[in-house]
Ligand binder design. Structure first.
Ligand code: ASP
Length: 355
């Protein structure tokens, strides 16, 4: 009894000391967690009429594996304190190097039977942007776009001049065999046949549609990435082979700043995919940003407004991905499917194809 009452104060002081020590330590730790800047990346691999029946389980796995590889490449950059610009470029290069997507190596064929690729990148901190259109020899058009942004006084270079500039900058160059895939060639032959059957397709505005009819292969397959880094900077990038059987010289929305690609630290970073002519007419990527800036809508509300209302009303098919400065993400699309994925510093991640 004596010894018990004797040791109690000692134990009490020890507990008190431990309690004080831990209470000093723990709030600091949880505060650290709370104040750690959020970061993350969202990617897409194109939207379109993707039917589950068109994909074997093996092919579905190949797509989701490649999306995850691209997400991890971009996320690793962010995790190591890299910039959102480096992250979107790293993610897109993985998809451009794959034959699965309509960008870089897997690009579709234009009516001329050649590949004509477009890409853009934008820095939300400075509003600097770079883009290339109609390039034929550049393995990674997103890197060429970045060279235009960083090493030229211009925003958009097209055709031979863009190919030449990319080569001067040290971008990987290849001949047409590198970009050839049987799958894409067959899509072109099919589209040419359809064109013969329906030579004068028009859309709801009575505009000629330079693209095969509804029942043909409409898997667009463009790739895009948007990211927020630990410094709070946003970036967006998009890369595409465009649309099968497009007229030679046609440029889509992807390399057009404000249409298919846009980033602004004040609002969000956006990359679009879909029927480019509609995205150009509706200045989609900038419209999402403008709804946030001028109307105070959230990223999700703005994205839905543009994709599910404005574009759907004119039958403009496609989708977009977006991220804002708080790390909120959105991935709306009005087609049956969109290859897409995200990875966030909150621990959440996913890669999906269908709705
Ligand atoms: N938007 C691209 C274009 O029109 C196509 C796509 O997203 O798949 O060139």
């Amino acid at each position: 009894m004596r010894s018990y009452s004797h040791t109690n104060p000692l134990k009490r002081s020890l507990f008190l000391f431990l309690f004080l020590f831990l209470s000093l330590l723990c709030p600091a730790q949880s505060q650290d967690k709370q104040t750690a800047p959020p970061f993350g990346i969202v990617i897409h691999g194109g939207a379109g009429t993707l039917l589950r029946s068109d994909l074997t389980p093996e092919l579905e796995k190949a797509y989701t594996d490649k999306l995850n590889e691209a997400l991890d490449a971009g996320y690793k950059v962010l995790e190591n304190n890299g910039s959102s610009l480096d992250a979107v470029e790293a993610a897109i290069r993985v998809l451009e190097d794959s034959r699965l997507f309509n960008a870089g190596r897997g690009s579709v064929f234009a009516a001329s039977g050649r590949n004509e690729m477009d890409a853009a990148i934008m820095d939300g901190k400075t509003l600097k942007a770079g883009a290339v259109a109609g390039v034929r020899t550049v393995k990674n058009p997103v890197t060429a776009a970045r060279c235009v942004m960083e090493k030229s006084p211009h925003v958009l270079l097209v055709g031979e001049g863009a190919d030449r500039f990319a080569k001067q900058c040290g971008c990987g160059i290849a001949d047409s065999t590198y970009f050839y895939t049987d799958k894409r060639w067959k899509q072109l032959l099919k589209a040419r046949e359809e064109e013969k059957l329906h030579p004068a397709l028009t859309d709801s505005l009575g505009m000629l549609v330079p693209y095969p009819a509804a029942d043909s292969d409409k898997k667009f397959g463009t790739v895009g990435a948007v990211a927020l880094d630990k410094q709070g900077n946003l970036a967006a990038a998009t890369s595409t082979g465009g649309m099968t059987n497009k007229m030679s010289g046609r440029v889509g929305d992807s390399p057009l700043i404000g249409a298919g690609t846009y980033a602004n630290n004040l609002t969000c970073a956006i990359s679009c995919t879909g029927h480019g002519e509609y995205f150009i007419r509706h200045v989609v990527a900038y419209d999402v940003s403008a709804l946030m800036e001028y109307k105070g809508l959230s990223l999700e509300e703005s994205g839905r407004e543009v994709i599910m209302k404005k574009l759907l009303a004119v039958k403009g098919e496609g989708g977009l991905i977006g991220i804002d400065r708080m790390g909120n993400m959105t991935l709306p699309f009005n087609t049956p499917g969109m290859y897409r994925g995200f990875r966030s510093s909150t621990g959440k991640r996913g890669a999906f194809i269908f709705q």
